[in-house]
Design a protein around this ligand. Sequence first.
Ligand SMILES: Cc1cc2nc3c(=O)[nH]c(=O)nc-3n(C[C@H](O)[C@H](O)[C@H](O)COP(=O)(O)OP(=O)(O)OC[C@H]3O[C@@H](n4cnc5c(N)ncnc54)[C@H](O)[C@@H]3O)c2cc1C
Length: 386
Amino acid sequence: MRVSEQFRDFEDYIAAVRDFTQNVLRLNEHRLTLEDGVPEDLTEALREIGLFGISIPEEYGGLECSMEEQVRLTFEFCQASCVFRSRFSTTIGLTSQAILDFGTVAQKEKYLPKMALGECTGSFALTEPEAGSDAASLSTHAKRDGNLWVINGEKRYITNAPQADVFLTMARTNPDDQSANGISAFLIDANTPGVSIGEPPRMLGNEGSHVCYVWFENVRVPSDALVGGQEGSGLKAALRGINHARLHVAATCVGQSIRLIEEMTAYAARRKQFGQAIGDFGQIQALLADSQSEMAAARALCLDCARAFDSDGPIPHVDIASAKLFASEAVSRIADRAVQIMGGMGYMEDMSAIPRLFRDVRLFRIFEGASQLQQANIARAMLRSV
Ligand SMILES: Cc1cc2nc3c(=O)[nH]c(=O)nc-3n(C[C@H](O)[C@H](O)[C@H](O)COP(=O)(O)OP(=O)(O)OC[C@H]3O[C@@H](n4cnc5c(N)ncnc54)[C@H](O)[C@@H]3O)c2cc1C
């Protein structure tokens, strides 16, 4: 982060985000369910503290945090419900980064300043009913009609679809090329005729986050909606953003782990059975220590990847896959241990945050590339190196 009018330097900023997380976001978590979404006053507070702009350069009004700074911030704000994070994650990660790296000057000027202020929510539309992990097999297609593109297709599981102002949408522009090279990325404004959004389905967790079907029916967009003005680079744009987003997810798992460990440790210290604190029992100490060690390892891996990301070298996509795999599997184990340490209290919905956190963190092993896909990426890279 270079300059900011509100904050002296990054340490000053992260202290403000820490204070905001602990004293505003955590105290309002119950409202995510009650009000079925991130309430507008809290969305405004997220905007005011700059969280929509952490990854966007200063020239577009963002805070231009380095990846290491973004990861450290994520460790902080993800100590509150990860649903707050999901409100701005699609903007700071998948959409703005693709525009930054592949967009034309006009596309950057149109979207990035508003995204940095949180006035334009970007949503990332890749997944389809028949194209999940195998994203390159997508069937949404775009056909030229004079100066326009006509887009048809069905996307599903699209985070922030009801809030979106623009969908970064992957569509096949070359029907003769069924590989990733036949796919292009389009910036489709949400109010374009032919765009419609389904009702958010109920989910296992992440209540208050809206993840929907999006349909494109004869959606006509001008040629300057094509990201970078170039056909065939759609999946490349998506994957650049996905590396960024995967590292953010790994850091999210660390933030959620810190919160779980805080809750389980406080409970282990105060809950007495057999005349002593349960934290005095060796088996409970083992659960605490394993959780702390796994969190610390995930945190170190995230910081390591972030520093490599910030360097001039290539994006460390294999290490990012390891960070995402390890951190997401670890936080699931930590959430399970938190339930165990809290006994019946960990199973009661309204007595602690643990049941909600337990359900929320299960997602991280599925999206932004499921664990099996990360394992395959890592193992293939290992085998290639022989
Ligand atoms: C809450 C939520 C939010 C999401 N947000 C977005 C979003 O904003 N935008 C977007 O585009 N998408 C989004 N997604 C979609 C997400 O990225 C996909 O769910 C994910 O890529 C997995 O695809 P799938 O669900 O179709 O599962 P599938 O691909 O059908 O996988 C099912 C199982 O098979 C395994 N599997 C698949 N292929 C292989 C293989 N080659 N080897 C071994 N195992 C394999 C998987 O690991 C998984 O365990 C979201 C999903 C969820 C649940």
